[in-house]
Design a protein around this ligand. Sequence first.
Ligand code: UDP
Ligand code: MG
Length: 324
Amino acid sequence: MVERTEMLTVVVSVYNEEAALPLCHERLTEVLRESGRDYTLLFVNDGSRDRSAEILDCLAAEDPHVRVLHFSRNFGHEAAMIAGIDYAEGAVICMDADLQHPPQCIPAILAKLDEGFDVISMVRTANRSAGIIKNLTSSAFYGVMNALSGTRFEKNASDFFAVSARAAEVLRRDYRERVRFLRGYVQSLGFRSTALQYEAAERAAGQSKYSLAKLFRFSMNTIMSFSDLPLRLGIYAGIASGLLGLILLIYSIVMKVRCGAPAGYTTIIVVICFMFAVLFLILGIMGQYIGVLFEEVKGRPIYIVAAERGRKREADGRQNVNPQ
Ligand code: UDP
Ligand code: MG
C-alpha cells in the first residue's frame, strides 16, 4: 500500500521579489489546496531591501498556511534554502519565488513522494530566459564538477527539488558546511532518488539576482567543497617539471659536448617563467582551500533569523534550530 506523505512544507527563498510574491503565493496556494494535504508555505526573506518583507507579513496575517522567516541581512540563496529546511516539517519542496520553477510540477512531485522516493531532483529541459552565456557556463560547470569529483551530478539539476521528511532530517543534522552546494548534497544523499523534468518558465517579474561574478564564485566554492583534486595538482606539476628539468639537462649536456658552449639564455627565461606560473597557481589553489577551512573553522552561523511570522505548529519542535 502506498503511504501518503502527510505534512508538506514548500520553502520559497525570497530576495527582492516584491513584484513576483503575490502571484507566487496565489499560484502555489491553488496547486497545494488541490493536493488536499496539510501544507505550510514557508517564505524565507533573505534580507530583501524592497517591500517583500511587508508583503510577506501581510500574506502571513491573511493566510494561516503561510509562515515567514526574516533574515537579519542577505545571506544568499543557499542559506535561505537551508533555513527553510531547518524550520520545515515533513517533506520539503524547495523552489524560487519568481515562478521559474512551475508550481504545476508539484502534483507530480507529490506522487513521487507518495511512491516512497526520498529525493526528487528537478531537471531543467530548457531555460529560455537564462541566455546563451548562462546556459553554456552551466553545462561547462557540470562537466568540470563531474570530472573532478567522485559524486555524479545531474546536469541541469536546479534549486528546485524535493526531499522526504527523513532526507530533510539528514540535511538538517549533518550538512552544516559554510561553503556549500545544497543541490550537490541533495544528489549525494543516496536513499531512493529520482529525477523529473521541467521546463523553466520566464521570470514572473523583476530581475535575476545572480550575476555572472556571483555564479563564478559559487562555482569555485562548489568545486572546492566536492573535490580535492586541484590540491593534488602540485604533485603532478612537480612530476612534470622534474621531467622537463631532466630533458633540459640532457639537452644541455649534448649541446655542450657537440658545440662546446653552454647555450640557452632564452630557455632559462622560459623555464623560469613557466615554473613560477605553475608555482603561483598552486599557491593560489592552496590559498583558496585554506580560505574554505578558515571559513569552516570560524563556525559562524549560516544564517541569522531576525523575526518569524505566521504559522507555528504545536508539534513543531524545531523553533530553535541552531543555525550552526
Ligand atoms: N535569492 C535569495 N537570495 C539571494 C539571491 C536570490 O534568496 O541572495 C532567491 C531569489 O529571490 C529567487 C531565487 O533565489 O527566488 C533564485 O534567484 P534568481 O531567480 O535571481 O536566480 P536565477 O533564476 O536567475 O538563477
Ligand atoms: Mg530565477
